[in-house]
Design a protein around this ligand. Structure first.
Ligand code: ADP
Ligand code: PHD
Length: 467
């Protein structure tokens, strides 16, 4: 079978984990599978890179950069020593990482002196996490006797739009990936950095935070993979985040559409865009646990096996704000909503949920990070005839499942379950696909809300959680 295997930051968190990842890939390769491995940065490194760049830009202190570089070198060199046995390979990888880290240090110092951090330089800096991880993973494979080369996303053929921080692959990427990776499939395990690509001028771009799942899907389409496997620290896509609901169960089959709804409604187990390329080309995506390689995990496919459950999973979105816009001017008028949403679009603010309770007001959810600029822009551009207020103490809880479409009584069960727990619903939204119902509740109560809905739809029962 031709498989793209993606390992996230938690799975390649240190040298021992990288060794485990290389052993896993090797075990499939040895059995005759053709494997391309996509790796994320070591856990937490992308955040650290962005933090040090932001701090350097704000305070101009080069000492912050040099301290960070020392720690980064030590972390990655330790990982090399723990992941790779063969001394010659260790030396080669360390030499390569040293020159890459030197390059990074220069870029960070430049940011300190200039006091400027553009979206383009943020992408360049944040790309180093994956660009330091991939050579270690590839070196670990070589030291196990498997031929392996590592590529950045751009080198592997991922050519993207110019949207720094949220780039998308250009259609030509798929044939370029095929040209680049297909020849090495039979006799090596090629390693590709997740999360990053490059634009047509060869400048590094990123596909959005947590974008390595998306890379795996893009590479899978490029090499015409039989399956794309996303290896995680959890058993698969589960009926809820197991950290919030310990009794959550693995969902064995889920449709592309449901998986996309679930990830866009906060289930961090998948990047929301990760499914799109695989769905367009009908390539099954499997979510598996690195701890239990023999466990089948979750298969994301086109044809959804009919589930007994109307609701398949419960998810939540934290770190969001509710914005209310109201004005008598909105009553009986045409185009006012277009004006409001154009203001958001001009500020590049994405809207996560919308609800319109009456003609004179509209409420919507944006990420916390966008709240201040949203409120400021709306006030400035709509003027005094509009009241703009917001709440930052809210979260979203959502139930998702294709079985909800056309099934009466789901909303009643959602409201009753939340009511029984004394959780007040601040806003409600349902997509016309009827694949989800989302409620905005106070952040203090959102975990309780997830637990209550999981219990209400009996998702902890094998006959329901398992199909
Ligand atoms: N419905 C869900 N099913 C499985 N995991 C979930 C779900 N919702 C949230 N999560 C969280 O998503 C994370 C996925 O695993 P992880 O290995 O961290 O992924 P990656 O390293 O690829 O980002 C876990 O931390 C888990 O708690
Ligand atoms: N390292 C990137 C991309 C990524 O996908 O990471 P992870 O697979 O650990 O979520 C990030 O932190 O956003």
């Amino acid at each position: 079978m031709k498989i793209v295997m993606k390992f996230g930051g938690t799975s390649v968190g240190d040298g021992k984990k990288i060794r485990h990842v290389a052993e896993l890939a090797k075990s499939y390769y040895d059995k005759g599978d053709q494997v391309v491995l996509v790796t994320s940065a070591l856990a937490g490194v992308t955040d650290q890179l962005l933090d040090v760049a932001t701090a350097g830009c704000e305070n101009g202190k080069v000492t912050g950069v040099t301290e960070f570089i020392t720690a980064l070198k030590s972390q990655h060199f330790t990982a090399v020593n723990d992941a790779i046995d063969d001394e010659k390979t260790q030396e080669e990888v360390i030499e390569f990482l040293t020159s890459r880290i030197d390059e990074l240090e220069k870029a960070l110092i430049g940011i300190c002196y200039l006091g400027e951090l553009t979206l383009r330089s943020r992408d360049n800096i944040s790309s180093y996490g994956e660009r330091l991880a991939a050579p270690i993973v590839s070196g670990a494979l070589r030291s196990m006797g498997i031929a392996s080369v590592d590529y950045t996303g751009g080198e592997a053929g991922i050519i993207t739009t110019d949207v720094f921080g949220g780039a998308k692959p250009l259609p030509k990427s798929y044939s370029l990936i095929h040209e680049k990776l297909a020849p090495g499939l039979k006799n090596s395990v090629q390693v590709v950095t997740g999360f990053i690509g490059e634009n047509e001028e060869g400048t590094i771009t990123t596909l959005g935070r947590s974008g390595s799942d998306y890379t795996a899907s893009i590479v899978g389409v490029g090499i015409k993979a039989d399956e794309i496997w996303l290896w995680k620290e959890v058993d698969g896509i589960m009926t809820a985040n197991p950290k919030i609901v310990p009794s959550a169960r693995t969902i064995h089959f889920i449709s592309y559409q449901e998986a996309m709804e679930l990830s866009s409604l906060g289930a961090e187990v998948l990047h929301p865009r990760a499914i799109e390329p695989s769905m367009m080309h009908n390539i099954p995506v499997r979510v598996k646990s690195t701890f239990k390689p023999d466990f089948e995990g979750t298969l994301v496919v086109t044809e959804n096996k009919k589930s007994k459950n109307v609701v398949k999973a419960v998810s939540m979105i934290k770190k969001v704000s509710l914005i209310n816009v109201s004005s008598p001017e909105m009553v009986d008028s045409v185009g006012k909503l277009a004006v409001i949403f154009s203001i958001l679009a001009n500020k590049e603010v994405g809207v996560r949920l919308i609800s319109q309770g009456s003609e004179s007001s509209i409420s919507f959810i944006v990420n916390d990070a966008d709240r201040a600029k949203t409120v400021k822009a709306l006030k400035a551009e709509l003027g005094d005839a509009y009241a703009i207020d917001y709440r930052s103490d809210v979260s979203v809880v959502a139930v998702v499942g294709a079985g909800m479409a056309g099934t009466p009584g789901v909303a009643k069960r959602v409201f009753t379950a939340l009511g029984k727990e004394n959780i007040s619903i601040i806003m409600i939204s349902q997509g016309s696909s009827e694949y989800n119902i989302s409620c905005v509740v106070s952040s203090a109560e959102v975990n309780k809300a997830v637990v209550a809905l999981h219990a209400e739809f009996e998702l902890d029962k094998p006959e329901n959680g398992k199909e």
